[in-house]
Design a protein around this ligand. Structure first.
Ligand code: GDP
Ligand code: IMO
Ligand code: MG
Length: 427
């Protein structure tokens, strides 16, 4: 047995899709355990980009089981469109399975996400407006609709009626917006139910069987550590737990089944949406990262905020997730920079901090402690062996690993599957 959690160590878009696709070559199953269609994972094979939102990044391999676990919130329309899009590209998605316990994102969740964001004005979170927060709110409030409910027409009809009544009150009376018409939503979603039915099962059992048969399983994180509802920069976070602990809860297995946890780290930092960002750049270096890295959101197209790598954050991420390896991505984007900075600690009111403060007021006043590195000014995108990287690139990586307190497992030098340097075989 070998199982590996692959998760984001920063604020998302680290390249989890690329790393999961790469590792999936040796895996038998890939599981998404949290989040929903707020995720945008790009996998590039032979220069063809596949943009995935709900489908696990093992989906390009016809022989791998791809699982949407119970911790995921599923927008039926989005997942069905994704399946159809993949099928149009010749990828059958035959081995996709969806948990009967996953919650369903309904159109009122999306509408409420938009209305809540608009009402927050300058305090908005900057969500992807995919309805993720309102769906998890219903789950926790114990009024949510699960995939198994959607598949029972009578149960769905009843639950939808109760929910729509309550949501329509909020939508019309608090926000003055247009209500949903019960019959329309019912018919649309009962249609989706029939299309989803062949994929739905108890996915925890499938994983038990996989472990019993010594299969290799990858757990694919969505979002990232600092977007975690408990451990991130609350309230500027998502509404689920992307951190490692939830790989178990969100897929219905026990913690003893996990062998390794890999933190995916972009060689610099980006963030979409609002919230603190200690190493954010507003200068030419920030623009260089955004334009060279084409840092625009996959889901929303928004420009991503860019900054230097924050290795102090990574240390926290390592502790929270029990990281044992790092997968560094997009190192090639730094190729053109003569000088590169890395944040190795935080100072607050003249004192060096030992840990990341919970208070956003404190975080807003924190100053990054930078170390400066000489750039390598060489195209590294065709390098395939660690020892062939320029000395300055290795210095940067080794310092990053030292500050984070975690060894290097993978270094990625381009979006394509083969643009990958492996230091440690994980599966
Ligand atoms: P995810 O959400 O963590 O899966 O990351 P995204 O897919 O949203 O963003 C990462 C982007 O970087 C995608 O467009 C990937 O194709 C691309 N990518 C991944 N690794 C590398 C790399 O090493 N170099 C370059 N240049 N691009 C990469
Ligand atoms: P992947 O898996 C980057 C951010 C949003 C917003 C906050 C809350 O591609 O790394 P939500 O819609 O979840 O309620 O938005 O979280 N966010 C992401 N940022 N990558 C993601 O996913 C994200 N998913 C959500 O921008 O700040
Ligand atoms: Mg993404």
């Amino acid at each position: 047995m070998a199982s590996v959690i692959v998760l984001g160590a920063q604020w998302g878009d680290e390249g989890k899709g690329k790393i999961v696709d790469y590792l999936a070559q040796e895996a038998d199953a890939v599981v998404r355990y949290s989040g929903g269609s707020n995720a945008g994972h790009t996998v590039v094979v032979n220069d063809i980009a596949y943009k995935l939102r709900l489908l696990p990044s093992g989906v390009l391999f016809p022989d791998k089981i791809n699982i949407l676990g119970n911790g995921v919130v599923i927008n039926p329309k989005v997942v069905l469109e994704e399946i159809a899009g993949m099928q149009a590209k010749g990828i059958a998605c035959k081995n996709l399975v969806i948990s009967d316990r996953a919650h369903v994102v309904l159109p009122y969740h999306q509408r409420l996400d938009e209305l809540q964001e608009n009402a927050l004005g300058s305090h908005k979170i900057g969500t992807t407006k995919s309805g993720i927060g309102p769906c998890y709110m219903d789950k926790v409030a114990r009024v949510g609709i699960r995939i198994c409910d959607l598949l029972e027409a009578d149960t769905f009809a009843e639950k939808l009626k109760i929910n729509l009544q309550a949501k329509n009150e909020i939508i019309t009376k608090i926000y003055g917006a247009k209500p949903f018409i019960y019959q329309e939503v019912l018919e649309e979603y009962l249609g989706y139910a029939e299309q989803l039915r062949p994929y739905v099962t108890d996915t925890g059992v499938i994983l038990d069987e996989a472990f019993a048969a010594n299969k290799k399983v990858l757990f694919e994180g969505a979002q990232a550590t600092f977007l975690d509802i408990d451990h991130g920069t609350y309230p500027y976070v998502t509404s689920s737990n992307p951190t490692g602990g939830n790989a178990c809860t969100g897929s219905g297995i026990g913690p003893k089944n996990i062998d390794h946890v890999v933190g995916v780290v972009k060689a610099y930092t980006t963030r979409v949406g609002e919230g603190p960002f200690v190493t954010e750049l507003f200068d030419a270096d920030g623009n260089y990262l955004r334009e060279t890295g084409r840092e625009y959101g996959t889901v929303t197209g928004r420009p991503r905020r860019c900054g230097w790598l924050d290795a102090f954050m990574l240390r926290y991420s390592a502790r929270l997730n029990s990281l044992d390896y790092l997968a560094i991505t997009r190192l090639d984007i730094l190729d053109g920079l003569p000088k590169i900075k890395m944040c190795v600690g935080y100072k607050y009111q003249g004192e060096v901090l030992k840990r990341i403060p919970a208070s956003l007021n404190v975080l807003a006043q924190v100053e990054p402690i930078y170390e400066e590195f000489e750039g390598w000014l060489t195209d590294i995108s065709s390098i395939r062996k660690y020892e062939d990287l320029p000395a300055n690139a290795k210095k940067y990586l080794e310092r990053l690993s030292e500050v984070a307190g975690v060894g290097l497992g993978i270094v990625s030098v381009g979006p394509n599957r083969e643009q990958t340097i492996v230091l440690k075989e994980l599966l």
